[in-house]
Write a protein that binds this ligand. Structure first.
Ligand code: ATP
Ligand code: PAU
Length: 304
């Protein structure tokens, strides 16, 4: 990690000391994925300086867009600034993404920020089955990368309505005919395990479209714990709904269900982390490192 500056919480905080706590406990409840307890201390000491840092990058990006249009004598149009968030399955990407969106909305009320996940670009379960890669869900080949890249091209071309398919953890599949619509925001946060990947056989990557990238890091034994906790929560909410993917687990012997989840972690998500996700970490602009209970203990900033 020679190309990163490393800071602990107190060192990092000094770059943007603030008594302004923009977020109340009630607001925080809305942000969190169920079960989590994003710490208010992390919001003030880590996320506020981080949003400030990213907004400086946003300012210089906008100046650059204007200079480019001037040089090319073209009418300027709004090209969204894209922030990519990467990291393991269940490390907390979507929670961080929602928190960042909240803080952007708060600190930059005149800028429109939207949020999207690359999960929507997974092939539907039926297609994964046809291709014989159901047990490779989350691996590079399980995503429709062409559709994801086409989506990003449309976003960067300034299109006013760009649709992304929607994935549901509860249904454990793509929801047919349901879309998230990106409407030419100033900032688009795109969250997913593959935002920093360079899959073989492609000549253009998601990271070619991102203007700032964040990798969320933690020890894999902790991430496994978070994955299993989330699985238990998903089971708890599934008892009454036979359409819910977790219904069959909710109805089965709890230990058996947990053993199944442990198996999915060990045979799918952990190998995916080690082979395809972790190797992308050092390409990020910022690495957020978390310890027990998701508390952030280190921030790494890429030097160049
Ligand atoms: N900052 C946090 N504080 C406390 N709990 C958290 C935090 N971030 C995430 N969690 C919990 O950790 C689990 C995984 O989080 P989340 O669903 O955000 O992960 P993810 O990286 O988006 O996963 P996936 O890639 O599978 O969609 C969830 O149970 C969530 O509630
Ligand atoms: C949808 C992904 C790939 C990423 O969010 C992940 O949550 C997943 O479903 N992985 C497959 C193995 C599992 O069931 O956990």
């Amino acid at each position: 990690m020679d190309n990163f500056y490393a800071y602990d919480k107190n060192n990092w905080e000094q770059f943007y000391p603030t008594n302004l706590n923009p977020i109340t406990r009630a607001d925080l409840e809305n942000l969190k994925a169920f079960n989590d307890q994003v710490s208010l201390e992390d919001v003030t000491k880590i996320y506020m300086p981080l949003v400030h840092y990213i907004s400086s990058a946003l300012d210089s990006y906008r100046q650059w867009q204007t200079k480019k249009s001037d040089f090319l004598q073209r009418k300027p149009f709004r090209v969204p600034f894209i922030i990519g968030i990467s990291g393991s399955v269940a490390v907390g990407k979507s929670t961080t993404a929602r928190l960042l969106k909240y803080l952007f909305d708060y600190l930059l009320p005149n800028r429109k920020t939207q949020l999207i996940t690359t999960d929507g670009f997974l092939y539907p379960t039926a297609t994964l089955q046809e291709k014989g890669i159901l047990e490779r869900k989350g691996f590079p080949e399980s995503y429709d990368m062409k559709a994801l890249i086409d989506f990003l091209i449309k976003i960067k071309s300034g299109e006013s309505e760009v649709k992304a398919p929607v994935y549901s953890h509860q249904v454990y599949d793509i929801i047919p005919n349901q879309f998230d619509v990106v409407t030419n925001p100033d900032v688009l946060i795109i969250e997913g395990i593959n935002t920093l990947q360079i899959p073989a056989g492609q000549n253009i990557y998601v990271s070619d479209f991102t203007d700032f990238s964040i990798y969320i890091d933690a020890d894999s034994t902790l991430i496994e714990e978070w994955y299993l906790n989330r699985f238990k929560k998903l089971m708890e909410t599934a008892f009454t709904d036979p359409k819910n993917y977790f219904y069959k687990y909710a109805k089965s012997e709890p230990n058996e269900a947990i053993a199944m989840a442990k198996h999915a972690w060990e045979t799918i998500n952990l190998p995916n982390l080690n082979e395809y996700i972790l190797p992308t970490r050092d390409r990020a602009n910022v690495i957020i490192h978390k310890g027990q209970s998701h508390a952030i203990d280190k921030i790494y900033l890429r030097k160049y």
